[in-house]
Design a protein around this ligand. Structure first.
Ligand SMILES: CCCCCCCCCC/C=C\CCCCCCCCCC(=O)SCCNC(=O)CCNC(=O)[C@H](O)C(C)(C)COP(=O)(O)OP(=O)(O)OC[C@H]1O[C@@H](n2cnc3c(N)ncnc32)[C@H](O)[C@@H]1OP(=O)(O)O
Ligand SMILES: Cc1cc2nc3c(=O)[nH]c(=O)nc-3n(C[C@H](O)[C@H](O)[C@H](O)COP(=O)(O)OP(=O)(O)OC[C@H]3O[C@@H](n4cnc5c(N)ncnc54)[C@H](O)[C@@H]3O)c2cc1C
Length: 655
C-alpha cells in the first residue's frame, strides 16, 4: 500500500535531509549509516519478526519470545555488528528485542560492565570472556526487599572464613532477600552480588562478589540458594526480575571482585583508592540514561507526530475539510517542546557516556578525582531526564486521543518502561539530593573564598547577575537559567545553614531544606541540558540542519524559561515574560513544517516502534482494524464466558 499522502506532503515540506540530521543525532555519519545498515539487515531475517504482536502475549510468552530471538541472535551476532561497539550492539538489541526487557539486558548493562570495572586482571581472564561469549548469563543483585536506596543498610553478608579461605553468604532476614534484579528470576546462572564484607566480625560495608547461582548444565539452583521471579510489573514484563536468598552459601575468596578492594588469604583487608569506587556500575548505567530515555521519548514522539499529521479532526478556516490535528497550536505546544527535549537528552547522553568512558580509564590508571563530578552530574541528569521523559510520553499519548490509549499505539508500554527509570539506579528524589550535596559544597567553597577552585559546571554559582537582553538568542536564555539555578541554590543552601545554625542536627536541617534543595538540583540540571544543547548546535557544520536545530533550540529555550517563570520573577519583567511567550508561539509555527522530518530523523524502524499509529507509511486506519481483528478475543464470535455466564444470566432474567 502506498504512503498516506498527508505524510508524503509533510515530508516534502521538510527543509533538510533526514540522513544528515540522523548523523547529528547519532554523533557521526558513520554510526548513523551503520544503524541503517543493521536495521536493513535485520529486516531480511524473518526469525527476528515477532511471532505475533507482543501486546497480545502473556508474560511467559513474552519471555519465551525474547529467549527465542536471543538464541537466533547468537547465530548472527558477529555478522551483523562490530561486537566491540556498544552503540551498535544496543541498536541491534533495540531493533530485535524492543524495550520490554529480556534475559540479557542486565548481563550487558551491569554484569559485564561490573566485571570490566571491578574485577582484577586474573578475574577478568577467568570470567569476562565467558560472559562476553554468553557462555554464562549474569545479573546484578544489589537491591533487597527492605533496602534499595540506602546501600549502607543492606543486610546480606559475606563473612570471611579464614580456615577455608572462603566467603559464607547469608540472607539473615526476609527483608534481606535480594529483590528486583533483572534476569535473576529464571535466566541468570551467575550474578554480581553486593554483600557486606565481614572479616573477624568487622563490617567493611557493601562489596561486589561473583556468585554462581545455578548449575551450568541443569540450570537448577545450587544448594544454599533460594531464587525465583518476583511477578508481573507495571511494564518490563519481558524480563524476569527476581528474588534471591542465601543460606551458608560458600564461595572461594577469589570470587570477591578485587580490582580495587582486596582481601588477602590471611584475612587482611586492603582499602580501595576511593570509598565509593564499588558504585561504578550504577554510575555506568546512569551515564547511559539520558541517551536511553531520550530514545524512549523520541519513540513516543515519532508515533504522536506522525499520527497527528494523518489524524483530521475539526476545522480551522477551511470548512470543506477537517484539519490535521498537528495544525492546532495546542497540539504543537504539547509535542514540539518534547521533540526539543528528546534531541537535547540524546546530546547530553553522548556527553555523559564519553565522560564515563574517560573516567573508567582514569580510574584504571589510579586517578579517581573525576568521580565526584560525574556522580553529581549523572545523579541529577537521570532524575530530570526520566521525569521529563515520562511527562513527554504521557502528553504524546493524550495527543493521540482515544487511539493513544489503545495498546495499538504502544505508547503505554513505552511509558511504563521509561518511568521505571525514575526508580531504578536510585530513586529520583534521592539522586537529586546527592547532587544537592555537591551544590551545597560548592556554595560553601564560595563562602570560604575558594571560588577559583570551583569546577566549570558550577562556576556560575559565584557570578553576579547581569542585564538580560532577550533579543540576543539562546545564550541570553542560558543566563536566565543561570540566574534561576544560582538563586535557588543559594537560597536552599542558606536555608539549610540557617536551620543547622539554629541548633538543629545536620540531618534534620537537611531534611527540612530538602524540597528546596531538590529544586536547586533540578534547575542546575536543566541548565546543564540547555547549555549542552546550545553547544552542540553551535558545532554543527551542515547549514540546513543547523538552521532547523536553531529553530528547535528556540522552542526549547523559550519553553524552558516559561516553565520556570516563578524562579525568574525578580529578573524578568512581565513585559519580558510576554515577549518570551510570544517568541515561543512563533517558534512553534516555525518548526511546524519540519515536525515530521524531525521525528523521522530519529530513524526508529516500524519493527522497533511496534505502533499501528506511528507507522512510517501513515496508513493507520486500515491497520488499526486489522490489528483489532487479530485480537485473541476475536478468534470466535461467541466467547465461552458468554455461553457459560452471560447467556444463562440473561435467560434467568427473562423468567
Ligand atoms: C557488546 C556490548 C553490548 C552492550 C549492549 C548493552 C545492551 C543492553 C540491552 C538493553 C536493553 C534494555 C535496557 C534495560 C535497562 C534496564 C536497566 C535497569 C537497571 C536497573 C539496575 C538497578 O537499579 S541496580 C540498583 C541501583 N541502586 C541504586 O542506584 C541505589 C542508590 N543508592 C546509592 O547509590 C547510594 O546509596 C547513595 C549514593 C544514594 C548514597 O550512598 P552512601 O550512603 O554510601 O553515601 P552518602 O550519601 O553518605 O555520600 C557519601 C559521599 O559519597 C559520595 N558518593 C556517593 N556515590 C558516589 C559515586 N557513585 N561516586 C562518587 N562519589 C559518590 C557522595 O557524593 C558523598 O560525597 P560527599 O558529599 O563529598 O561526602
Ligand atoms: C524496573 C526495575 C529494574 C530494577 N533492576 C534492578 C537490578 O537489576 N538490580 C538491583 O539490584 N535492583 C534493581 N532494581 C531496584 C532499584 O534499584 C530500586 O528500586 C531503587 O534503587 C529504589 O530503591 P527502593 O526501591 O529501595 O526505594 P525506596 O528508597 O524505598 O523509596 C521509596 C520512597 O522513599 C523516598 N526516600 C528513600 N530514601 C530517602 C532519602 N534518603 N531522602 C528522601 N527520600 C527518600 C524515595 O524518594 C521514595 O519516594 C530495579 C527496579 C526497577 C523498578
Amino acid at each position: 500500500m502506498s504512503e498516506n499522502p498527508d505524510l508524503t506532503n509533510e515530508r516534502a515540506s521538510g527543509t533538510f535531509e533526514t540522513n544528515a540530521m540522523a548523523a547529528v543525532i547519532y554523533g557521526s555519519e558513520k554510526f548513523a549509516q551503520r544503524r541503517r545498515e543493521i536495521t536493513e539487515a535485520i529486516s531480511k531475517i524473518p526469525e527476528f519478526q515477532d511471532s505475533h504482536p507482543l501486546v497480545f502475549m502473556s508474560r511467559e510468552e513474552k519471555i519465551s519470545e525474547a529467549c527465542r530471538k536471543l538464541a537466533v541472535l547468537s547465530n548472527y551476532w558477529n555478522s551483523l555488528i562490530d561486537t566491540s561497539d556498544e552503540e551498535e550492539a544496543l541498536h541491534l538489541y533495540r531493533e530485535v528485542l524492543g524495550l520490554e526487557g529480556h534475559p540479557l539486558a542486565l548481563h550487558e548493562t551491569m554484569f559485564i560492565p561490573s566485571l570490566i570495572a571491578q574485577a582484577s586482571d586474573e578475574q577478568q581472564e577467568k570470567w569476562l570472556g565467558r560472559a562476553q561469549r554468553r557462555e554464562i548469563i549474569g545479573c546484578y543483585a544489589q537491591t533487597e526487599m527492605g533496602h534499595g536506596t540506602n546501600l549502607r543498610a543492606l543486610e546480606t553478608t559475606a563473612t570471611f572464613d579464614i580456615s577455608t579461605r572462603e566467603f559464607i553468604l547469608n540472607s539473615p532476614t526476609i527483608t534481606s532477600l535480594k529483590w528486583w534484579p533483572g534476569a535473576l528470576g529464571k535466566s541468570a546462572n551467575w550474578s554480581i552480588v553486593i554483600a557486606n564484607l565481614i572479616i573477624k566480625e568487622h563490617n567493611y560495608g557493601p562489596h561486589p562478589f561473583m556468585v554462581q547461582l545455578r548449575d551450568e548444565k541443569s540450570h537448577e539452583p545450587l544448594p544454599g540458594i533460594t531464587v525465583g521471579d518476583i511477578g508481573p510489573k507495571m511494564a518490563f514484563n519481558g524480563a524476569d526480575n527476581g528474588f534471591l536468598g542465601f543460606k551458608n552459601y560458600r564461595i572461594p575468596r577469589e570470587n570477591m571482585l578485587m580490582r580495587h578492594s582486596k582481601v588477602t588469604s590471611d584475612g587482611s583487608y586492603i582499602k580501595p583508592p576511593h570509598a565509593k569506587i564499588g558504585y561504578s556500575s550504577m554510575v555506568k548505567v546512569r551515564s547511559r540514561m539520558a541517551m536511553d530515555q531520550g530514545l524512549f521519548l523520541a519513540s513516543a514522539l515519532v508515533i504522536a507526530v506522525r499520527y497527528s499529521a494523518v489524524r483530521r479532526q475539526g476545522y480551522l478556516e477551511d470548512k470543506s475539510r477537517e484539519v490535521k490535528v498537528l495544525d492546532y497550536q495546542t497540539q504543537q505546544h504539547r509535542l514540539f517542546p518534547s521533540i526539543a527535549r528528546a534531541y537535547a537528552f540524546i546530546f547530553c547522553g553522548f556527553e555523559t557516556i564519553r565522560l564515563y568512558d574517560q573516567l573508567l580509564i582514569d580510574v584504571q590508571n589510579g586517578n579517581t578525582s573525576g568521580m565526584a563530578d560525574l556522580h553529581a552530574l549523572t545523579s541529577g541528569l537521570k532524575s530530570v531526564v526520566t521525569y521529563q521523559t515520562g511527562e513527554g510520553i504521557e502528553q504524546a499519548r493524550m495527543a493521540c486521543g482515544g487511539h493513544g490509549y489503545s495498546m495499538a499505539s504502544y505508547i503505554s508500554e513505552i511509558y511504563g518502561v521509561a518511568i521505571g527509570g525514575c526508580t531504578y539506579e536510585g530513586e529520583n528524589m534521592v539522586m537529586l539530593l546527592q547532587l544537592a550535596r555537591y551544590l551545597v559544597k560548592s556554595i560553601e567553597m564560595i563562602q570560604n573564598g575558594k571560588s577559583r577552585e570551583l569546577g566549570p559546571m558550577v562556576a556560575y554559582l559565584a557570578e553576579n547577575e547581569s542585564e538580560i537582553d532577550l533579543n540576543l538568542g539562546p545564550n541570553e536564555y542560558l543566563k536566565v537559567f543561570e540566574y534561576a539555578a544560582r538563586n535557588q541554590t543559594w537560597r536552599a543552601t542558606e536555608k539549610f545553614q540557617k536551620l543547622r545554625n539554629s541548633g538543629m542536627s545536620n540531618e534534620e536541617a537537611w531534611n527540612q531544606a530538602s524540597v528546596e534543595l531538590t529544586r536547586a538540583s533540578r534547575l542546575h540540571t536543566r541548565l546543564y541540558i540547555m547549555s549542552t544543547f546550545i553547544n552542540h548546535v553551535g558545532s554543527i557544520v551542515d547549514q540546513k540542519v543547523k538552521g532547523v536545530l536553531i529553530d528547535l533550540l528556540n522552542v526549547h529555550v523559550t519553553y524552558e524559561v516559561m516553565d520556570i517563570g516563578i524562579y525568574v520573577q525578580g529578573l524578568l519583567s512581565s513585559n519580558q515574560m510576554d515577549l518570551i511567550r510570544n517568541q515561543l508561539y512563533v517558534s512553534l509555527e516555525t518548526i511546524r513544517p519540519n515536525a515530521v522530518s524531525l521525528v523521522d530523523s530519529f530513524q526508529i524502524s516500524d519493527m522497533q516502534l511496534r505502533s499501528v499509529l506511528g507507522r512510517r507509511d501513515g496508513n493507520v486506519y486500515e491497520n488499526l482494524f486489522k490489528w483489532a481483528k487479530s485480537s485473541p478475543l476475536n478468534k470466535t464470535d461467541v466467547l465461552p464466558s458468554v455461553t457459560q455466564y452471560l447467556k444463562p444470566m440473561m435467560e434467568k432474567s427473562k423468567l
